[in-house]
Ligand binder design. Structure first.
Ligand code: ADP
Ligand code: MG
Length: 463
């Protein structure tokens, strides 16, 4: 009984420090809007949001035709993609891809090694082109490169790496043009291919989403990391000093993972995680939301309770001290456990943390902690989306019944349904029923790869 009371008080305390009441979410959304404005002015160092100009001023129309390649590098896996675009009639007529996981040592090694690994995989994939693959006489293969790390874009097909995130740390790539690095690696492979578009996953998802649905105005990624992009009026971008694009629009890559605000419920667990991370002080919002970190936040909470309240008995389970051992998919499996005796929680505790025979009371507590951490992430993500809608003036009831569509991609949103349902509910709560009825979040699965191929097509050197 004493144990039970202690458990209850620990959960109560956690609920307090992780709490995200709706008024707080509104403040967070307002600060998101404010930072967006600040990031769009010329002195963008004044904001935690980089609000990067993507140089994408025209989104896919549906007329794109021909074979195109795309490469998607952004987390633990990368994908090589080949699509046949068939114009208005046939749309994406064919799509082939292969997924390759990146050996961890290459994520923290040398630049040349990483790009050589990528180019080799791409060369292997090109070697599998089928009978039907055909390029017009004398044409080079063209590729859209989805590179989902903060890049200072210098044109549609070039940009320098600002910093690595999501567990990558390769000193000698920072400050370099990643397209030039990739092109050199392709040449070393003897592969005749031209990179015609450099985008990140948010831009790719936005492009792919718009191709499918003209109502798409923004894209959000909730995967290993998190980020968002949206379509901005060119005249609302003070720092844009080029010609106004004929479309009057420009896609902005927010790099919202680096958002921070005094109203975010940042706990000691978050501070310690950040301090010990590869990029301390950076990507604070991402570290509270994304798939790379949610499980780690849970581990830190469990460890603390194990140490201070003997959650798992007198001895602190040694595996619980290993950073990142509890991954978000483990957390989500436990969180979705619907068996009365929480069998899956028990199995994961044993398999991942080496904790056997945890009593039901303890399993319930683990489940409650997953709930607290996941819902905080989902709710502050919803606040960010609400901020974008506010910036676009789409947060109120629209006079013409136009739909506002957010293209969503990422394994966290796709697979962690308690997280995604909470996000959708919270966004509805923020918008109110009536305005919410014209806003849709659409899962654009794998949209970023096709999107990059579409942008490679619309920025082809042969147009
Ligand atoms: P990336 O973000 O690396 O491009 P994905 O969009 O596929 O790749 O997202 C992968 C991430 O999604 C993983 O790092 C993991 O954190 C999260 N994820 C994958 N499966 C699940 C799951 N079943 N439950 C919760 N999170 C998951
Ligand atoms: Mg991805």
């Amino acid at each position: 009984a004493e144990r039970r009371a202690r458990a209850a008080s620990v959960i109560e305390e956690l609920e307090g420090i992780f709490s995200t009441p709706i008024e707080r979410l509104r403040l967070i959304a307002d600060e998101m809007v404010e930072e967006m404005h600040r990031g769009l002015t010329s002195d963008s160092s004044a904001s935690c949001l980089k609000m990067i100009l993507s140089y994408v001023d025209k989104l896919p129309t549906g007329d794109e035709k021909g074979w195109f390649y795309a490469l998607d590098l952004g987390g633990t896996n990368f994908r090589v993609i080949r699509v046949l675009l068939g114009g208005r009639e046939s749309r994406v007529a064919k799509q082939e891809y292969e997924e390759v996981s990146i050996p961890p040592h290459l994520m923290v090694g040398g630049s040349i090694e990483l790009f050589d690994f990528i180019a080799t995989a791409l060369a292997n994939f090109v070697a599998t082109e089928g009978e039907e693959f055909h390029l017009p006489e004398g044409r080079q293969r063209e590729l859209g490169f989805t590179f989902s790390f903060p890049v200072k874009q210098t044109s549609i097909s070039s940009g320098t790496l600002i910093k690595w995130t999501k567990g990558f740390s390769i000193e000698d790539t920072v400050g370099k043009d990643v397209v030039a690095e990739l092109t050199k690696a392709l040449e070393r492979q003897g592969l005749d291919m031209k990179v015609t578009a450099l985008v990140n996953d948010t831009i790719g998802t936005l492009a792919g989403g718009r191709y499918e649905d003209q109502g798409v105005v923004a894209a959000v990624i909730l995967g290993t990391g998190t980020n968002a992009a949206y379509v901005e009026h060119a005249h609302a971008i003070p720092k844009w000093d080029g010609l106004l694009p004929s479309s009057g629009e420009m896609v902005i890559n927010m790099e919202w993972g680096n958002f921070r605000s005094k109203d975010l419920p940042i706990t000691d667990y978050d501070r310690a995680l950040d301090f010990e991370s590869l990029n301390p002080g950076e990507q604070i919002y991402e570290k509270m939301i994304s798939g790379m970190y949610l499980g780690e936040v849970v581990r830190r909470v469990l460890l603390r309770i194990a140490q201070e309240a003997s959650l798992f008995g007198e001895v602190v389970p040694p595996r619980l001290e290993i950073p990142f051992i509890l991954r978000t998919p483990h957390m989500s499996a436990m969180h979705h456990d619907s068996s009365p005796d929480l069998r899956i929680v028990a199995a994961k505790l044993k398999e991942v943390l080496g904790i056997a025979n945890a009593p039901l009371q303890t399993r319930k507590m683990v489940m409650a902690i997953c709930d607290i951490v996941a819902k905080r992430g989902a709710r502050i993500s919803a606040a960010g989306i609400y901020g974008i809608l506010k910036k676009l003036g789409r947060h109120t009831v629209q006079t013409e019944k136009q739909k506002t569509v957010i293209a969503m991609d990422g394994g966290l949103y796709e697979h962690y349904s308690i997280f995604s349902e909470c996000l959708v509910d919270t966004l509805r709560e923020l918008l109110g029923e009536e305005a919410a009825s014209s806003v849709v979040i659409k899962l654009a699965n794998d949209g970023s790869g096709v999107g990059a191929a579409l942008l490679a097509a619309s920025h082809s050197q042969y147009l």
